[in-house]
Every structure is written in structure tokens, then in C-alpha cells.
Design a binder for this molecule. Sequence first.
Ligand code: ZN
Length: 206
Amino acid sequence: MDKLLNGVVEFRKKDFEDHRILFRNLKEEQKPHTLFIGCCDSRIVPALITKTLPGELFIIRNIANMVPPYRLADEYLATTSAIEYAVQALDVENIVVCGHSNCGGCGSLYDEPSKERLPHTSKWMELASAVKEKVEQQLPDHDPLAREWLTEQTNVVEQMKHLLTYPFIENKFKTGRLKIMGWYYIIETGEVFSYHKEENCFTLMN
Ligand code: ZN
């Protein structure tokens, strides 16, 4: 607890002072350029890995960086309202869906016992049921690491597809007013791989 409290004081004394003008300019308005959809995982820090400052990223975090399809929008309002607000009210230019290595949410797709212990997580992860099916078709031998990475990457691609089920996103995307990117972040190396639809693969951003 002390670490948190000391951090708050330190922030105000040091970091806030370093960016005082920036914070003053943000007082009455935000104009983020990007909607960043990432996992809740404590090891993923969107502003850190993109070197962005306050005001640049509008961030949605949920387990396994999910985008509920538009037909289920009313059931998952915490996420879908934030998507709507970012695109319709803030008019962001980009959407990033960022998955990551060692994702507990993606891993839980294969962990049957967790369904009883974590019923809400399990229900949430039903949004990725198609991901599990696709991975099992491609990797019948269940090599754990290969399955993990393929699941996490397939999940990013799946959630990118879900974004296009939103009429207002599809419209802006098709007319070039909105870019959609899929990223895959490796925790232990800091590397970010970007999805390429044409080749259906992720390549290292350099
Ligand atoms: Zn995760």
C-alpha cells in the first residue's frame, strides 16, 4: 500500500511537474488519435510500449483484449460503449487491438476446471470460442507454446474482424478515415509484431 501512496505523491512532485504545460492544455478537452484495445494484464502498459503521453491514447482494457461483435453490443456495454465513444464522439484515427504473450485469458480457453472457479471470466471468454476452434483445427498435436502463440495471435485477428461488424467502424474504415491495426506484444523481449492481412501473418515492427 505504501508503494501506491508514495507513488501518488511522487507523481505530483516530479512527473506532473515535468509535464505541467501538457496537463494544462488537456484541461478541457481530449483529442486522442488512437483507440487502444489491450488486455488487463499488469505487464502490458500501453503508454509505455508506444511512448505516448496523456491525451494520445483512448484505452479499453479487458481480459484478452476482446471486441464483442456488434450483434452482442447490448450485452457487453462496458466495452462497446467505449468503442462507440472513441469512434463516434472522439473521432479517433486509429484502432489498435493489442494481444500479448503468456495471456491468461487466452490460456483459460483450454482450462476446463477454471469454468467453475471463474464463471464470469469463462462467460467472457466465450467471445473467443471461434478462436479456439480455429487453433484446434490448425494444431491437432497441442504443442503448448505453439498453441499459446497461435491462440493469442488468432484472437487479435478475430477481434479485428469483430470491429468491422460495427456499422460506424466499417463505414469509416472503408472510406479511409479509420485505420485498424493488430499487434502482438512479447513480454520478455518488448517486441511488437504487426498483423498483415494480405500475407495473414505477424511481422516484427522495426
Ligand atoms: Zn492477456
